[in-house]
Design a protein around this ligand. Sequence first.
Ligand SMILES: Cc1cc2nc3c(=O)[nH]c(=O)nc-3n(C[C@H](O)[C@H](O)[C@H](O)COP(=O)(O)OP(=O)(O)OC[C@H]3O[C@@H](n4cnc5c(N)ncnc54)[C@H](O)[C@@H]3O)c2cc1C
Ligand SMILES: *[C@@H]1O[C@H](CO)[C@@H](O)[C@H](O)[C@H]1NC(C)=O
Ligand SMILES: *[C@@H]1O[C@H](CO)[C@@H](O)[C@H](O)[C@H]1NC(C)=O
Ligand SMILES: *[C@@H]1O[C@H](CO)[C@@H](O)[C@H](O)[C@H]1NC(C)=O
Length: 441
Amino acid sequence: MFEKPLLVINGIGFGLSTILSLLRHSLSFRLKLLRHFMSPSSPSSSSSSEKPRNIVIVGASIAGYTAARTIAQYLLPNSPYRVVVVEPRDHFHFTWVLPRFCVAEGHEHKAFIPYGGYLPPGSLEADGGKVAWIRDRVARIERDAVTLEGSGEHIPYEFLVVATGSGATDSLPSRVPASDKEEGLALLRHMQRRIKEAKDLVVVGGGAAGVELATDAKSKYPEKNVTLVHSRSAVMHRFGPRLQAAALDGIKELGIEVVMGDRVVNEDKEKGVAVLKSGKEIVCDFLVNCTGQRPDSKLIAELSPSSISESSHILTKPTLQIQDDSLPNIYVCGDVSETNTTHPNTRSAMRQAMVCAFNVLAGIEGKKPKDVYEPHWLDGVIKLTLGLDKSVSNVGDEKTEFLFPTKERKEELMAAGAWHKLGAKPFEDDGSFLSKIKSKM
Ligand SMILES: Cc1cc2nc3c(=O)[nH]c(=O)nc-3n(C[C@H](O)[C@H](O)[C@H](O)COP(=O)(O)OP(=O)(O)OC[C@H]3O[C@@H](n4cnc5c(N)ncnc54)[C@H](O)[C@@H]3O)c2cc1C
Ligand SMILES: *[C@@H]1O[C@H](CO)[C@@H](O)[C@H](O)[C@H]1NC(C)=O
Ligand SMILES: *[C@@H]1O[C@H](CO)[C@@H](O)[C@H](O)[C@H]1NC(C)=O
Ligand SMILES: *[C@@H]1O[C@H](CO)[C@@H](O)[C@H](O)[C@H]1NC(C)=O
């Protein structure tokens, strides 16, 4: 019976230590900045003929973007280093709302947040700052350089942050399989239309994406037959039993058919059925696949095969250097990394990105990496929608779980908040960022 109060105290302690650690970094930076302005010709200052020394960041979803922002924030004005971000997408993709926007119409543009506003003001090279942003994809990582896919350019690095995530091979509703916003909008609208036209919708996968999409579809179109097929014995099986039960209740309340412990092995479009492993057939005129999400670790697998786990994640040390002593300057954060995090999400990705950033910042001063990442249950807080006007929030550790019913007032969910957080005015997109960067896509 003491578990919940202890968990709360532990949570508060975690919050405080996070704030203290940030204060420590910020204070030490201010002192360095002060010293820099008091002695203008500091030894680390670069002569203008010297080539900039690169910190390359591969992928700028929440992990890479946060790493770029943090490093840019803490680079001294005279630093010989610059940040080079390589990201194929023209906009930041806000994943949280994708299942909703596959069903609800008219919000799809809100999932594409203009890049730029999350970086410190003036930090792009085009504005005289130290961040070079390249719209391209990294095709190869070598020990001291990366090669770009579009331009073939070879970019040497001294430090590398790999943040390639887990969405590369995914389709809607988990990720938008397009690097162009316009193409992404078309894919979302196509999905909305197919769901609207379907009579017998089959949703495969009872994780968050599958549960949210199925419940949204059934609550918007109660007359449709919606079936959720999940291979495990419980939906949301990676979370605690209370969330599992709440999710199942929400699903059943809406009248969704649930098939558990079975999987779809084939979609027979001619016959109009989904065929299950058990041999059972479900009438189906549209199937949405919500399984998958494989970490995109191919680039590191080619360079350092021993750093890849069985699940294709990149193995890390607590400092978030990859587990390969011969490559101490390669860091990894976000969904692609194996960090022993129970529910990898945006919060854990951001915290990992800050650890990578502060360790890189120590590295450029010739110091050893000091910051370490420790998973914390508070990172795992999740809000699960169960239809257009219902949701539950859940957080806990292995033993104790909190569950709160929540009311979602807005059909667009927290899209506007995410735009604000990433320094963009909802929902204005004038394309100015793209005109300032190098693009080879
Ligand atoms: C449907 C859904 C809902 C979610 N809801 C929540 C939620 O409510 N709360 C929460 O906290 N988390 C949520 N998450 C989890 C969250 O989206 C992920 O944890 C987060 O996106 C991980 O970020 P990331 O930066 O590691 O990688 P990703 O978001 O996977 O992005 C990887 C980035 O790397 C780029 N990239 C890949 N390969 C290359 C390459 N070779 N060269 C250059 N760039 C490359 C990609 O273009 C992409 O921008 C949700 C996820 C899904 C799928
Ligand atoms: C739903 O499924 C039942 C049983 O298979 C079928 O009779 C009915 O026509 C279906 N409803 C729709 C809208 O397709
Ligand atoms: C769903 O997608 C995954 C990953 O791409 C794939 O392995 C699986 O076969 C797909 N399932 C169905 C039913 O299409
Ligand atoms: C995760 O656990 C493994 C095995 O205990 C360990 O080697 C690794 O360093 C851990 N990763 C982090 C980020 O702590």
